[in-house]
Design a protein around this ligand. Structure first.
Ligand SMILES: Cc1cc2nc3c(=O)[nH]c(=O)nc-3n(C[C@H](O)[C@H](O)[C@H](O)COP(=O)(O)OP(=O)(O)OC[C@H]3O[C@@H](n4cnc5c(N)ncnc54)[C@H](O)[C@@H]3O)c2cc1C
Length: 232
């Protein structure tokens, strides 16, 4: 059974999925599925804050250096560079969307972000909303998503498999496109198809399989790496 067609299918309602959905909704219709209630995500439990180069005494090179040092050889340097260099514009985007990060009151009309420090950072660079940063971000993004005419949010809907070319007999073995996902409605216990031109997974890492992985202690995670799409 096909339940809905949309231009974009987003799997996961944490910071990654919701940011993608909000941006994508400017270009077409978006379905966001999430396997529990909408706010249930690691994002909602994150407390400390988001590391970002803001302070004039800081630099991208310092942040990259600190990150690689803490990663102890495990980090992909190219990915770290993208993450660090895009940080300021992503924080600006969150502020523009209304996330109320903690500020340092200065002179009149001059409120700079308060920057905390955490292990491994040589400069104060933790942008935070008191000590409930993730909740502040999640709530604001959900407000925008709920108000958007172009976004439909499906709570208690769990992706079980991506639909790709490997489902077509003529394309055996090849994965060229994805057309959506098979989704389990965990309330009615029925499986159906959500079709989309562009599926996008947001609770995932890419390894041999694109997997759902658990970051303790967030309760909605399935607990076991759960392959829903073979890697290219
Ligand atoms: C207690 C705690 C504290 C943290 N503190 C910090 C911090 O201070 N700073 C920091 O940078 N990071 C912190 N983190 C890590 C941070 O929360 C995560 O890196 C970040 O929230 C990941 O965002 P995400 O959108 O990728 O995933 P998530 O927020 O985990 O969202 C994943 C979403 O996918 C959904 N989902 C999963 N599988 C499926 C499926 N099969 N079908 C449908 N939906 C599915 C989940 O229900 C969820 O909505 C913390 C994490 C925790 C748990």
């Amino acid at each position: 059974m096909i339940k809905n067609n949309s231009d974009f299918l987003v799997i996961g309602s944490g910071i990654a999925g919701l940011c993608f959905a909000i941006n994508a909704s400017r270009y077409g219709t978006v379905s966001v599925i999430t396997k529990k209630q909408d706010s249930e995500s690691n994002t909602n439990y994150a407390q400390g804050g988001i590391a970002c180069v803001i302070d004039p005494s800081d630099s991208f090179e310092k942040h990259i250096f600190d990150t690689l040092a803490c990663g102890h050889g495990l980090c992909n340097e190219k990915a770290v560079r993208i993450l660090v260099e895009e940080g300021p514009s992503r924080i600006k985007e969150l502020i523009d969307w209304g996330v109320d990060f903690s500020r340092v009151p200065q002179a009149k009309n001059d409120y700079r972000l308060h920057l905390g420090n955490e292990g491994g950072h040589s400069v104060n660079r933790i942008v935070h909303a008191r000590d409930l940063t993730g909740k502040a971000v999640e709530e604001k993004l959900l407000d925008i998503v709920r108000a958007s005419k172009n976004i439909r949010l499906y709570e208690h809907h769990c992706a079980v498999e991506l639909i790709t070319d490997h489902h077509l007999p003529r394309q055996q073995g090849k994965i060229v496109h994805s057309y959506g996902a098979y989704v389990l409605d965990t309330i009615t216990r029925t499986i159906f198809t959500l079709q989309s031109k562009i599926p996008s997974l947001h609770p995932v890492v890419q390894a041999r399989y694109i997997s759902i992985r658990r970051t303790p202690p967030s309760p909605p995670e399935t607990g076991s790496p759960w392959p829903i799409a073979p890697a290219r």
